[in-house]
Design a protein around this ligand. Structure first.
Ligand code: SD4
Length: 324
């Protein structure tokens, strides 16, 4: 059987499977492009608020606002559209697609990305929900709760446990390890698709990190960090502690390792090892897809040591949960 079309995406709870299923329908039934599959698949997750960590109403920042990061990359042209710190527009990956299709730019950020989106016909609305406000209020009540996104106490007159200035990377790593990735905190959708013509695209969408400092942008919209695609080789997409991941461009590295002849699994493992050499407590995962349809997933430090992901190809015939 032909090794494509194929779609692979991070995580596997219902919304993530529905996202993979939608992308598969676009590829298989509608004979759509890889770019359309990635956009429409990730949009499903945004609308279903996958695990509370994709789309509106999740991961309130320190002031209670939800902001979104997303990107989409065309492996043929190496053109990318991305939005970071997007405010007030729920359709992050579709706005990223407009950046790709209708601008000469790669990334738009914050309020100005909102203005662009409105110009493109998107409707501005609050991204807060009762649930996200409740999460924020609970955290606000006790500002000394863990918030490893900043390295100083939110209130310098209070001493908040480990949240003092840190002077070396090992302390930072130890602090990070006390914060587990869980289904409420860290679940970006990252997706790679190859369409029936063999063309490759990749993308991501997330509401980032809970209680982040306003303005924080994660790895997800950063080319080579959150995702990467190159028609000559394949693609990769990441999920996990984005503040650390973006320092290593793991998606880019995985693609480069495949270019040099590594298998998808070897390439992903090399990219993860590059991170864990400096941050042994790093938590994250990647999906990797080669241009011939061979795929792998890799992970490090996840609770239970397992990373569930979603795959659809001509063997599985529908979006199927896999584990690594
Ligand atoms: C971020 N990488 O903003 C994202 C969050 C995430 O799986 O991946 N969750 O850091």
């Amino acid at each position: 059987a032909a090794a494509f079309p194929v779609v692979i995406n991070t995580w596997s709870s219902n919304g993530f499977q529905s996202a993979g299923a939608k992308a598969w329908r676009v590829l298989q039934e509608e004979k759509g492009s890889a770019l359309d599959a990635v956009e429409k698949g990730c949009t499903v997750c945004e609308k279903l608020q996958c695990d509370g960590t994709v789309g509106f109403g999740g991961s309130p920042d320190e002031r209670g606002e939800t902001t979104l990061d997303a990107m989409i990359m065309d492996g043929v042209t190496m053109n990318i559209g991305a939005v970071s710190d997007l405010r007030g527009i729920p359709d992050a990956i579709s706005v990223a697609r407009k950046v790709l299709d209708y601008t000469a730019h790669t990334m738009l950020a914050g309020n100005q990305a909102t203005k662009f989106a409105v110009k493109m016909g998107f409707k501005e609305q609050s991204l807060s929900t009762n649930k996200s406000l409740a999460i924020w209020q609970e955290w606000e009540k006790n500002k000394c709760q863990p918030n490893f996104w900043r390295n100083v106490s939110p209130d310098p007159t209070k001493h908040c446990g480990p949240y003092k200035a840190m002077d070396n990377i090992n302390k930072e790593d130890a602090l990070r390890s006390s914060n587990e990735i869980d289904s409420q905190n860290h679940d970006t959708i990252g997706m790679i698709a190859i369409d029936s013509k063999g063309l490759i695209a990749a993308g991501t969408s997330t509401n980032g990190a809970r209680h982040k400092i306003p303005g924080r942008v994660g790895d997800s919209p950063i080319p080579g960090a959150g995702a990467y695609a190159d028609q000559d080789v394949g693609g990769a997409a990441a999920t996990g502690d984005g503040d650390v991941m973006m320092r290593f461009l793991p998606s880019f590295l995985a693609v480069e390792e495949m270019r040099n002849g590594r298998t998808p699994k070897e390439a992903g493992e090399i990219a993860i090892r590059r991170i864990t050499a400096k941050y042994p407590s790093f938590q994250g995962a990647m999906v990797v897809l080669r241009k011939d349809g061979q795929y792998a997933a890799v992970c490090h430090g996840l609770p239970g040591g397992k990373f569930p992901y979603t795959l659809a190809n001509s063997s599985t015939k529908h979006a199927t949960v896999k584990y690594v």
